[in-house]
Ligand binder design. Structure first.
Ligand code: SAH
Length: 495
């Protein structure tokens, strides 16, 4: 998401010296995009909240005037001697939130620090107080913005990709269309609106939304214009249908819960970047896992585990997939076991049921060093500051996704990553822009042009004549697209 469109200078939190200390550098900040409902992508951050323009919700643009517009847990003892936290990061005590109390109780109960992965998972998805759980975090009023929220063209292009794959699958009359982490449901809504004229395709769809947040599930229900089936005969399992496509919609907490046995198309946009990572730091005696501990003053701090942790197995696996020269350059490494496991679940499902998956995220086709970042209200903040009130995300390791998929099944092929710009360009976003510009207001035209630039451009928009601090930043090369498909489907468009 454009929340993650923020360019981020590499950070070096821990320095190997006699006294380890926490020394975060705030990421490079670039101005936020003006969006459909505007704010920041995870990788674009404003330098001040005053730079975030007012929410200018611009309604959905139709190309047909006759259509109405609608818009592993481990107990680890730590030698804390010699650890030092920079005083600049201490702050006045304020009442602890429920999540902070919970995190502190885990650390106290364990009698030692927790991994960065456990911290990240609790902060984002703790069922009671996780960042995503109780509120809408997107848009100008929220913390960051994503590509679907920038322009309807994003969801429409994903819809074209899904329809092309469906064609390659032989136009099955039943397909599971699964979205992992659908946010507000905007991508799926735009996909369905755009595809609604292709009756055979939409009639084949069973939509499955994999979402952990009850609040976002409700928002998705509303944005997909869902209605529950009339329960006249006392049926227990009422179905829900999206009026955008007449397709049944079901919500699940995990991909494993989506019924199998039906050809499947899976979309994961800015989902992988929210999966918890373990962080490792090279020390004189080898790789040590970075952990989250409590300081004497009861604030959170990073420490290094003096001995191997269970996650070291994943570090070893990831290192086996990398060239020696690549590893030699790194003194920090992030590994994401959940990404490896999810990819294997996806690959197995596609292998058995047919179909494919599209993964779009910011990241690299390489080992990730140190990318964990926190964004609150469109600004980068300290990862350990007031957990639960800021989004945490990381760069996605596409090379690891490829290896994970290839390792688990010989029936799938992996394509990409290619840049988002290449992906959307090849699917015809230019033509879609031209078509939409034929029939829109001046305000919509400006939103379409700036949204287009943000999705496929690189750097500052050359055509921008508005306030300098609001210049649209193109993130077309920061985001990458990768597909995993059943080999029966051949090479997916446009890889
Ligand atoms: N794809 C959307 C939202 C991205 S934010 C967009 O591009 O706008 C990440 C989304 O994944 C949110 O909807 C969040 O609630 C969901 N999510 C994060 N971790 C999850 C998990 N472990 N299981 C299910 N959903 C999760």
């Amino acid at each position: 998401m454009l929340r993650r469109l923020f360019l981020r200078a590499p950070t070096s939190y821990l320095q190997a010296s006699h006294a380890y200390y926490f020394a975060p550098q705030l990421p490079t900040r670039v101005p936020p995009p003006a969006a459909r409902s505007l704010s920041i992508t995870r990788f674009l951050c404003s330098s001040s909240s005053s730079q975030v323009p007012n929410s200018t919700s611009i309604e959905h643009v139709e190309d047909d005037v006759n259509l109405s517009a609608s818009p592993p847990a481990a107990t680890i003892s730590i030698d804390r001697s010699g650890l030092y936290n920079s005083p600049e990061h201490s702050h006045e005590p304020s009442p602890d939130s429920e999540l902070i109390k919970h995190l502190k109780s885990i650390i106290k109960f364990r009698g030692g620090p927790i991994s960065v992965a456990e911290y990240m998972e609790e902060v984002l998805t703790n069922p009671k107080a996780g960042f995503y759980i109780n509120r809408d975090v997107f848009g100008a009023e929220g913390d960051f913005i994503t590509s679907p929220e920038v322009s309807q063209m994003f969801g429409e292009m994903i819809g074209i990709w899904a329809m092309c794959l469906w064609e390659q699958m032989g136009q099955p009359n039943k397909v599971n269309l699964v979205e992992l982490g659908p946010g507000r449901g905007t991508l799926m809504a735009d996909l369905l609106r755009g595809a609604s004229k292709f009756k055979h395709f939409v009639q084949s769809l069973n939509i499955h939304m994999v979402e952990c947040s009850p609040t976002l599930q409700k928002l998705q229900y509303s944005n997909l214009k869902c209605e529950d089936e009339n329960n006249t005969d006392g049926m227990v399992d009422k179905k829900t249908f999206s009026l955008l496509a007449g397709a049944p919609v079901t919500w699940h907490a995990a991909l494993e819960q989506v019924p199998s046995g039906v050809p499947t198309i899976i979309i994961a946009h800015e989902f992988y970047d929210a999966l918890p990572v373990h962080q490792f730091q090279k020390a004189s005696h080898g790789w040590c896992e970075k952990m989250v501990d409590l300081a004497e003053d009861s604030t959170f701090r990073f420490v290094l585990s003096p001995q191997p942790t269970p996650a070291t197995l994943y570090l070893m696996k990831r290192c086996q997939w990398a060239a020696t020269e690549e590893l030699a350059k790194l003194d920090q490494i992030e590994v994401c076991p959940k990404s490896m496991e999810l990819t294997q679940t996806i690959a197995k499902r596609i292998s058995s049921d047919g179909g494919g998956a599209l993964i779009i995220d910011y990241g690299l086709n390489a080992v990730i060093s140190d990318s964990l970042q926190a964004i609150r209200k469109h600004k980068f903040v300290n990862v350990l500051d007031d957990p639960g009130s800021a989004d945490l995300s990381t760069y996605v390791d596409f090379a690891s996704i490829r290896r994970s998929a290839e390792e688990v099944s010989g029936d799938v092929s992996v394509h990409g990553p290619i840049t988002q710009s290449q992906f959307l360009g090849a699917l015809g976003i230019n033509f879609r822009l031209e078509a939409l510009l034929q029939n829109c207001t001046d305000e919509q035209a400006e939103s379409l042009r700036t949204g287009y630039w943000r999705l496929v451009g690189e750097g500052e928009a050359p055509f921008w004549e508005g306030p300098e601090e609001q210049v649209p930043i193109g993130m077309g090369t920061r985001y990458l697209a990768m597909a995993i498909v059943n080999k029966r489907q051949g090479v997916p468009v446009p890889f």
